[in-house]
Design a protein around this ligand. Structure first.
Ligand SMILES: [Zn+2]
Length: 123
């Protein structure tokens, strides 16, 4: 597993590529965006909505780094990881690990494009 070498910025770029085909875009269809780099947030020049690469993805559901999410996806996809082990690896409480594991399992079952692609990348 290559989770050790991957950086947070790599993860973010991977998500930008997967979600928007490398070109960030607002839900309204507009591609003219302002980027607030301190918070990694985009602001749409048409509808003024603010969003980020994790909006509308499972990554929004827990406040852990993308690197940890990617590691979690690899572990859950790989099979027999317990919530105790997952919590240790991610340095979070077991109940939080359980929620993350549940989210990932559901996403894999529903063939979430982004989660499936990340699990492929992490093999
Ligand atoms: Zn917009």
């Amino acid at each position: 597993m290559n989770s050790i070498k991957i950086t947070e910025e790599d993860c973010r770029q991977i998500l930008i590529d997967l979600k928007w085909d490398s070109k960030p875009k607002c839900n309204c269809g507009c591609t003219k965006l302002y980027f607030l780099s301190t918070r990694n947030i985009y602001k749409c020049s048409s509808c003024k909505k603010q969003f980020s690469v994790i909006s509308d993805t499972i990554f929004k559901s827990a406040k852990i780094t993308l690197k940890k999410w990617f590691t979690a996806i690899a572990l859950v996809e790989g099979g027999n990881v317990s919530t105790v082990q997952l919590g240790k690896v991610l340095e979070i409480q077991q109940c939080a690990a359980w929620k993350i594991k549940d989210k990932i399992k559901k996403a894999l079952k529903e063939e979430d494009k982004i989660v499936l692609s990340v699990s492929e990348l992490m093999k």
